[in-house]
Design a protein around this ligand. Structure first.
Ligand code: GLA
Length: 763
């Protein structure tokens, strides 16, 4: 049993394989939080301390007892109005403008299996490791405020995760307004914590940030209508100084792709409250009698060190969030037309790319932006989802057929949520776009957002795209979104004169999900890759609908190391869209060896984004080998354990006296430890540099591993080439001392080192 309800002690304990979560019902019916940490038996209520703290409100039921205050006690679902002045997760306004709510436990229910939420993505139990999945529902009520709140906890014991979501229902006769409702909140009684989050900007998404908490509140989030390039709906609260393998780490992610907030508050008593949910800014959800609202789902996980949390999230995403017909199957290695020709192509050019792709051993040709409407640049055409047969020189169906004839699959780019003012769609339905009457809209990339909160808009776009693709031999869709949402005004007749921005933005996200579900229904065998100007909507919610997402428009192999590093804390290799592009790189002008570009892209779904016609014969030979290698190592890279081998903040570097590492490295390890692959990319080069050591992880300490250099920069002079076989070492030596990295002069070189357990007596 994962969930234990001790009625006499009024305690509820959730056990996973290595963690324990405990809460309890206090003497007056409040739901208090007792513990979340490593697996432990016992009654954690004994750890709460009761003292009169001054200026701390006491519930009326406590009589003259000034030691019982919800301003001090840890809680499961902090709400405004019960004497707690800290960050609240629930704020409710009555029809007459009164705020306040005081929730008490009414019922506790335990059921087998996991819950789902209508219209929203949720973690599914699946078959693998689903044994023992259970759901706890704690129903709270405030009869005076006319609300009932159900807190839900799904437990996947083998994965060490707890799935939180909350539902509020109006049980009165008058309208109430929910102004804030988080998906989860966890109070830690004491500890010195850092918040780790992933911030960035367009072209530079998810850089790891560590912030030591001081008294007060630290918040990240998005108000852009999408999860955003700037912050990610995933963060970790960790013991100060935690590293890959040490220090308590609590990780939390939201299965939601719109506005969100993640906050950590260190209070006056040294307690820390960590919470996440839909952003409450501009949010107000009216509930008429009988109506309810449910939050998106949050995933909570606790482990020792970052690596343990990463391993759990990777398994969770691969087997319980992403929906694939054949889990783990090789994803198509693609050639995308964008950086190869941008808007400048016709059908014959696309067919020529397909021929080259097939020749090089790739599986799929993706025709990116520019194939529809009037679209020779980004000023017009969005919304007109009809192939431009004049530009292509042929119907889409014929193009698809001829691409298939070349021996590769066919993929197409779309951006359904957007419209250009210069489009037939906008001219016919200006009310479909977010535009505030009487005000000129804010443009971004010359485009406006369609009102996906309206079903008729979603249906209109879905119908057009589905009918356009109906007879096309199509295998893949790249679904893009190239601006943040703005000018939120819905022209839906029922909402036209009572705008509610928070509700519209929330319904917008649900509209996006519904749109993708329609594509899945219409084209069940088509692979959909998500994208938002690169990684502006890379989150657990989108991964439920699109198993892979383009990580960033930044294809520079060296910059990508940092983006992939940050993303790897939660998102597995199988989700990370990564391509080899041409040099000088189109975003940074940097020149990197082809081998290094491939080593970096191998930590993702892998593909190319260049014009093969401009490649030399040697480069083509190398690419053919790279593709074979990616396929050969697919199971290892996509289903093995993924570990970061470079230090989170960079170790002290004796070569130049900085704290930046000379290299970035990561490792994929077979679950049975029989083989592993380490990728090393050198970022700096020095004269007479000290030897660098690579400490491997997760190997069998007693086994001997043969080490083979899979690839190296063949453009370097003969004298600088390295031997392919490296001295064999035991797992213990590789992990404890680390292997001395072979030295190779030159910038941005890389190593791909394959370690294979030697059979007994060999090595
Ligand atoms: C976005 C995507 C790119 C490309 C362009 C096309 O920027 O991230 O990969 O598809 O749009 O306009």
């Amino acid at each position: 049993m994962a969930i234990l309800y001790d009625k006499s002690g009024q305690r509820i304990t959730l056990h996973t394989r290595t963690t324990t979560y405990q809460m309890g019902i206090g003497p007056y019916g409040h739901l208090l939080h007792y513990y979340y940490g490593k697996r432990a038996e016992g009654d954690f209520s004994a750890c709460l301390s009761y003292r009169d703290r001054g200026f701390a409100g006491n519930p009326y039921d406590a009589g003259n007892d000034r030691t019982y205050s919800l301003d001090i006690l840890p809680q499961e679902f902090p709400c405004y109005g019960n004497g707690d002045y800290r960050t609240t997760s629930f704020r409710l306004k009555q029809e007459n403008g009164v705020y306040g709510c005081d929730l008490r436990v009414k019922e506790v229910r335990v059921e087998a299996g996991l819950y789902t939420i209508p219209e929203l993505p949720t973690v599914y139990a699946g078959t693998k490791e689903a044994e023992g999945a259970e759901t706890l529902s704690v129903i709270l009520e405030d009869a005076a405020a006319n609300v009932e709140v159900t807190l839900r906890y799904g437990v996947l014991p083998e994965l060490d995760v707890i799935l939180r979501a909350n539902t509020v229902r109006n049980i009165g006769k008058h309208e109430i307004v929910v102004e804030k409702m988080d998906s989860a909140s966890v109070d830690m009684l004491h500890g010195d914590f850092e918040m780790i989050h992933f911030s960035g900007r367009y072209g530079t998404e998810r850089l790891m940030q560590r912030t030591r908490l001081g008294e007060g509140r630290f918040t990240v989030g998005s108000l852009r209508g999408e999860s955003s390039h700037q912050h990610n709906p995933f963060a970790m609260l960790c013991a100060a100084g935690a590293g890959e393998d040490h220090g308590l780490v609590m990780a939390a992610g939201l299965l939601y792709s719109g506005n969100f907030t993640i906050s950590a508050e260190l209070d006056q008593m040294g307690q820390t409250r960590f919470a996440l949910g839909v952003s409450d800014e501009m949010f107000a959800w009216p509930l008429a009698a009988g109506e309810s609202f449910t939050t998106p789902q949050a995933v909570l996980c606790i482990g020792e060190g970052f690596a343990s949390v990463t391993h759990r999230f990777h398994d969770l995403v691969n087997h319980h969030i992403v929906r694939e017909k054949q889990p783990g199957a090789l994803r198509p290695i693609l050639l995308n037309s964008w950086e190869g020709c941008y808007f400048d192509f016709d059908g014959e050019k696309i067919i020529a790319l397909a021929e080259e792709a097939a020749e090089l051993g790739m599986d799929l040709l993706v025709m990116d932006d520019g194939w529809f409407g009037k679209r020779d640049d980004d000023c017009s055409g969005l919304g007109d989802w009809k192939a431009n047969e004049k530009k292509l020189g042929m119907p889409l169906k014929e193009l698809g057929r001829r691409i298939h004839e070349k021996g590769v699959k066919f993929g197409i780019w779309i951006e359904p949520e957007m419209v250009n003012e210069d489009s037939d769609l906008y001219r016919a339905h200006p009310d479909y776009a977010f535009v505030i009457p009487g005000r000129k809209p804010i443009r971004s990339r010359y485009q406006l957002c369609l009102d996906f909160s309206r079903k008729e808009v979603v249906d209109c776009i879905a119908d057009r795209i589905i009918s356009e693709f109906r007879d096309v031999p199509l295998d893949y869709i790249k679904m893009d979104m190239n601006r943040s949402v703005h000018d939120v005004f819905t022209h839906a007749p029922e909402w036209a004169d009572r705008q509610n921005v928070g509700r519209t933005l929330y319904r917008y996200v649900l509209g996006v999900y519904a749109f993708i579900e329609r594509l899945h229904e219409a084209f069940p065998d088509v692979l959909i890759e998500g994208c938002s100007g690169g990684g502006g909507r890379f989150d657990l919610g989108m991964l439920y609908y699109t198993p892979q997402i383009w990580l960033s428009d930044n294809t520079d192999a060296i910059e990508r190391l940092q983006l992939q590093y940050g993303s790897s804390f939660v998102y597995p290799v199988s989700t990370i869209g990564a391509h080899v592009s041409a040099v000088p790189n189109h975003q940074t002008g940097r020149v990197t060896p082809l081998v290094t570009r491939a080593v970096t892209a191998m930590a993702g779904t892998f593909g190319y984004e260049l014009d093969p016609a401009r490649l030399s014969a040697e480069e083509k030979t190398m690419i053919r080998k790279q593709i074979q290698r990616v396929k050969q190592f697919w199971n290892l890279t996509h289903d093995g354990l993924y570990d970061r081998l470079s230090a989170p903040e960079g170790e002290w570097n004796p070569a130049d006296g900085t704290h930046d590492p000379d290299y970035m490295a990561w490792q994929y390890t077979a679950r049975d430890r029989s083989e592993a692959l380490a990728s090393v990319v050198f970022i700096k080069t020095h004269c007479n540099a000290p030897t660098l050591y690579l400490k491997w992880k997760e190997l069998d300490p007693d086994a001997t591993y043969r080490l083979h250099l899979e690839d190296q920069n063949r453009e370097l002079p003969e004298a600088w080439q390295l031997p392919e076989e490296l001295p064999a070492m035991t797992g213990a030596v590789l992990m404890e001392m680390g292997m001395p990295l072979p030295y190779q002069p030159g910038e941005y070189n890389s190593l791909l080192i394959y370690a294979e357990k030697a059979k007994d007596g060999q090595g």
